[in-house]
Write a protein that binds this ligand. Sequence first.
Ligand code: PBE
Length: 305
Amino acid sequence: MSKNFKSFILLGIIILTLGIIAACGSDENDESEDAGSEDVGKAIEYTLTGIEPGAGITSLAGDALEDYPNLDGYTLNESSTAAMLTSLEDAINNEEPIVITGWTPHFKFAKYDLKFLEDPKGSFGEAENINTITRLGLEEDMPEAYTVLDRFYWEVEDMESVMLMTQEEDMSFEDAASKWIEDNQDRVSEWTEGVEEVDGVEIELVSTPWDTERSSTAVVSEVLTSIGYTVKDTPVDPVVMFQAVAENDADASVAPWLPETHGSFYEKYEEDVVDLGPNLEGAKLGLVVPTYMEIDSIEDLKAKE
Ligand code: PBE
């Protein structure tokens, strides 16, 4: 066989092989593109990974299941925030699809690459705030505490920095709050300026168990303690929090998420609490997925067949 002929055959084989590889490759691509949104529902077994049954976001996710016809037949797996975070981490480690009920501020957005799914029907609301509420009569009974609570206002980044200290430096919320106060003396002194000290008066705060509220309540508790209050803080379910303030079992809370998350509880007790407005603006909640998932909107979740 001539050398040229051998080269010719070899070239032929190479071209053929490349052709086959290219064909296989493009087939695979086509399939995975389809799988991108078509199989997400199936792959997650038509289940959204939720958190505690008593959370406001759990009832909003329930609304979303009603609002979106494509979510007909999907279920919300209610468990706990810790269980949701474990499932999220497992899914991310295996690059598997997962849809969680998620919110920010929360460290999961710093730790993982996540995105909110667009919510064209607005089931999860739009701009969400965290408000301060007090019981009726607190202004007359404890004017010093009322003034501090009324002035308490901070930014998303402030709350995040407290939460991050507890995560990354393994600090307690109390220690992280003290550190934040130490680093933000000017801000804190604006809240306490001109407020007279009290002598051990007891004040009862009520809050919820999530990191956001552990952070804010720890900061406010420490500031109230610094002007002489003896502060008691009880974390409870959101509905119980509103009830406690409305029924004078607690003096105040810096934990209500409004207008949407705890809106239905707020409406129930609105007449019996004093709403001091937002202590933080720019919270958000919705359905959240890892960025490697191709879907962008709740409407991209394919209906169960
Ligand atoms: N959260 C965090 C709570 C409030 C704070 C959004 C999980 C909820 O849904 O009630």
